[in-house]
Design a protein around this ligand. Structure first.
Ligand SMILES: *Cc1c(COP(=O)(O)O)cnc(C)c1O
Length: 404
């Protein structure tokens, strides 16, 4: 569907145009939702535009995949390849099947997204894949966790969820590459507008597009973006004979089939077009909220990488173009935390994040309940905010009321 990869254009131009040329038959400016499972062939094997069956390929999904790849490709760089999935976890599952086999080892953050941890530890663990949770801000600890010859994947989240830790993508990439492993970055929190891991040496980016990319809390989806020319580690060959990660993922996307459907693809693509302007507002509001919380006597600690008090502030300023819209804070006891999350009304009590509306939650009992008792357990007095794009003064007033 697309003829121009737009890699020389700026982020917003790419997000709005890459993969989204006007429809060649009608001139429709917005890529149509191609609700079709199959495509007419002009004689056996005579495929129009390569389309045969919608699990294998669909023009709406292709538009999203091209746009996501363009968004994650460093400006002027060789185009990466994008793949859209039914959820963030489906994307992660596909990547792990593409690059791991029983006996292989994964290093992942000790405060990873709970669902990613469950997938690595319990699903892939049952198939013989081993893992070590590590504090990724401690490069010596990461180096010590490497198992030469079996560590194939170093999994990075930065900022992390919900503690908003910042780890050094470039340093972790060289550490992973020295060990013969791939560096995967979950870029869900930062978004490609604020952070471009492939430009810092990462091999693969994963997204829960459910969050900021979709941006309106109305669609679940995931994506993988694979840098150009990345080889599967350990000499592994994909079942279809491929030795590069992008081809192995393409094979599995079709062979396992956890694809994004056309309407989900269309909603996600619509979200991507406004990502840049939304992120500007998300982070301006987040900073206002973080500063307010920092000054409040009932708040014992505020975690926001945009505050100079945050241990990862300087690193974040170096590798990101802004600090994002997530803020966490502690209030001294679980009872107080549960009280605060119950008393806001502009902030809605709900899981998930990244939508235009502000959300509040208690990670210990909600998003991170599945990691209770593990290395990933989070403080019981922690409250997490996904700061939306409402008016900052209303958000601050809402928190003030809930805390007083
Ligand atoms: C939500 C989330 C995921 C999982 O994505 P789904 O779309 O819910 O499957 C992975 N990583 C992070 C950081 C997330 O916030």
């Amino acid at each position: 569907m697309t003829t121009n990869d737009w890699t020389d254009a700026g982020f917003s131009t790419r997000s709005i145009h890459a993969g989204q040329d006007p429809d060649p038959t009608t001139g429709a400016v917005v890529p149509p939702v191609f609700l079709t499972s199959t495509y007419k062939q002009d004689g056996v094997g005579g495929l129009r535009g390569g389309y045969e069956y919608s699990r294998s390929g669909n023009p709406t999904r292709a538009a999203l995949e091209t746009a996501l790849a363009a968004a994650e490709t460093p400006r002027g760089g060789t185009p990466a390849r994008g793949f859209a999935f039914a959820s963030g976890l489906a994307a992660e599952d596909t990547l792990m099947r593409a690059v791991l086999r029983p006996g292989d080892h994964v290093i992942l953050p000790d405060d990873a997204y709970g669902g990613s941890y469950r997938l690595v530890a319990r699903v892939f663990g049952a198939w013989g894949v081993e893992h070590t949770p590590v504090d990724l801000t401690d490069l010596d600890a990461v180096a010590a966790a490497v198992r030469p010859g079996s560590t194939r994947l170093v999994w990075v989240e930065t900022p992390t969820n919900p503690l908003l830790g910042i780890s050094d993508i470039a340093a972790l990439a060289s550490l992973a590459h020295d060990a013969g492993a791939l560096l995967l970055v979950d870029n869900t929190f930062a978004t490609p507008y604020l952070q471009t891991p492939l430009a810092l040496g990462a091999d693969v980016v994963v997204h829960s597009t459910t969050k900021y990319v979709g941006g309106h809390s109305d669609v679940v989806g995931g994506a993988l973006v694979v840098a150009d020319g990345v080889t599967i580690p350990g000499g592994l060959v994909s079942p279809d004979g491929a030795t590069d990660v992008a081809s192995a993922v393409a094979f599995l996307q079709n062979a396992s089939g956890a694809v994004a459907d056309p309407f989900a693809s269309w909603l996600t693509l619509r979200g991507l077009k406004t990502l840049a302007v939304r992120m500007e507002r998300h982070q301006a509001n987040a900073l206002a909220v973080a500063r307010f919380l920092e000054s409040h006597p009932r708040v014992t600690r505020v975690l926001y990488p945009g505050l100079s008090s945050h241990p990862g502030h300087e690193l974040a300023a170096k590798q990101m173009r802004g600090f994002g819209g997530m803020v966490s804070f502690q209030v001294g006891s679980e009872a107080k935390a549960l009280d605060v999350v119950d008393r806001t009304h502009v902030f809605t009590l709900a899981e998930s994040l990244g939508g235009v509306e502000s959300l509040i939650e208690h990670p210990g009992r909600m998003t991170h309940a599945s990691v209770a008792g593990s290395a990933l357990e989070v403080p019981a007095d922690l409250v997490r905010l996904s700061v939306g794009i409402e008016d900052a003064e209303d958000l601050v007033a809402d928190l003030e009321r809930a805390l007083d």
